[in-house]
Design a protein around this ligand. Sequence first.
Ligand code: GTP
Length: 597
Amino acid sequence: MKNIRNFCIIAHIDHGKSTLADRLLDSTHSVTSREKQEQLLDSMDLERERGITIKSHAIQMAYTYEGQEYILNLIDTPGHVDFSYEVSRSIAACEGALLIVDAAQSIQAQTISNLYLALENDLEIIPVLNKVDLPSANPEEVTDDIVDLLGCDASDVIPASAKTGLGIDEILKAIIERVPAPKGNPDAPLRALVFDSVYNPFRGVETYFRVFDGSIKKNQQIKFVATGKNYGADEIGTLKLKQFPRNEIKAGDVGYLITGIKDAREVKVGDTITDAEKPTTAVISGFEDVKPMVFAGIYPVDTEEYEDLRASMEKLQLNDASLVFQPESSAALGFGFRCGFLGMLHLEIIQERLEREFDMTVITTVPNVSYHAYTTKNREEAIIVSNPSDLPEPSTLDRVEEPYIKASIITKADFVGPVMGLCIEKRGEITNQTYLTTERVELSFDMPLAEIVFDFYDRLKTVSKGYASFDYSPIGMRKSKLVKVDVLLNANTVDALSALIHQDNAYHIGKKMCEKLKELIPRQQFDIPIQAAIGAKIIARETVKALRKDVTAKCYGGDISRKRKLLEKQKKGKKRMRQVGNVEIPQEAFMAVLKLN
Ligand code: GTP
């Protein structure tokens, strides 16, 4: 055990986590050049395209230092707020963390939130100043920022470049010297933490674990504490780029486990694995059932594909346990599913996977958060509303609560005004303002989660000219004055376009929604009135004017190829449309309320 080091890398997005991990693997010769891909730890295609580490993995490296052989387990952490629970469990599996800070960007919101997670778990922090090769790097200033943040010595900060390889040896040495060896009792009953799992269509669910006490042996009968289920450990092993089966993995070490489980929901991140006969009495703390934060309806574009969609969703859920769904029907869209996601990124990923892996064309409705409604009949027990059209009749309502978050934004002093303005517009209440340096400010807000789901990120980027980073965590439910705003097309309510909106913003947003829909809904042979309403009261109105008969009429007859192009364009545009009553609604319209500005 004394020659094992378990560590993770924490960083703000794009500060160089994956590139640095790649370098560490290279320098420890953990990878042959044949196995090498551009970024090793990000194995899903989607991940590579988005440049975000979605699924965490663990990789073992060997390193010789002062004549002794060490095992270094690098536990990768996902880099997005949607997956912060997974980050926290990965961190709980380690004794140390490399805190990467970009020498040009300095400390950002995720640097701080990840650092807090690491400190809560008593991790030894090794600060790394990355990208010192950049002409725009500010090594002295950023080192000072890090020293201020951590209360460490400037000499503790390792200057590095994951690009040129500078500092990589120093980092490896620091991991050995500064990160404590794992502690634990090798003779106690098995106690291991599940920090991740990956679905493999051929072998079932692969569980990644860290052993704290005892050991796990091939063919041992094991128990997952939270789910209460027993399994045989069919295969265990360590992970390099490939899996290396072993007979035993002992206290302090990290490995993978295959039990033949075929459903991702049976393996819960944060669960404790123990021996089925001699279970541990000390279950690892911090387990939570992750709850979806954002909900949306997913409907097949072609109503006949409902059963196919159901089959695809079930398959997706087998390998993504955080996805939840249940059938729902909409007067406008027919049969589909109400789905719960960890956040907006997770929603986008699911939507993309449905299309790419399952070849489904779907309509996604306006995402919303989940509300608690209390009626005057029962003021104690909440009705969970994850679809705005399920809100009880206003006359029967006692109150409605919505989820709130604590938001942290780091920006330049110049942008404090506009950023505050935006947060207040989004119903935020400022709770703290700290000057990290004379140039950089951290602002803390309490605000409704629903406002983040809407266009918050884009707006923040605009008002801060890109100089703001943002992170958040949930802080519970709060009472709000919310009303349901409905949209009527051609006098028919389109239930899939309803949204719960704060009373004070309802008129403004209703008006904007109508304006936006007018832009997006294609003209047809007749006028299409678009109305926004609260109950029976119409609060805004626009009209999509009737179309002239032939789009090609504009082409002055002549050019055939141009005509054909136009017709093809028309055809393509049709693909993602949904006929509601006699009006065709394009997919963008369902998301329109998200981008009203
Ligand atoms: P996510 O996976 O999206 O969280 O990002 P990350 O933190 O893993 O960052 P990644 O390693 O993808 O690096 C982000 C960008 O910075 C890439 O374009 C890298 O090539 C670049 N980069 C990383 N390290 C260095 C460095 O030391 N110097 C320079 N010049 N560029 C670097």
